[in-house]
Design a protein. Sequence first.
Length: 108
Amino acid sequence: MVSRRGQHGGYRLLRRPEDIAFGEVLRILEGPFVPLACLANDGDQRCADCRDDRFCAVRRVFAKVAAASGEILDGTTLADFLHEPPETAAGTPDSPGGKRASIILLKR
């Protein structure tokens, strides 16, 4: 992304929306996508109450959740979102013709 200041300024993508995955954007803005702290950084940090993470059923389930979510996020591009049919899109108004007017990412 590149920015331009001034009256006609704004932000512009340096790559095509088809080439930018949601997973990439989220990792840049938020860091690794992991539902449990013990799964971050290649799993090198155990939970406080875990004796042996190799036998933790909760960790195994959430590792699968993280992997499945990662596949969805990495398999969905900004272009997919822009062209998603209005009836399946969540939460924001659509422009005429069924295309989204814009993408807004908020960092809290």
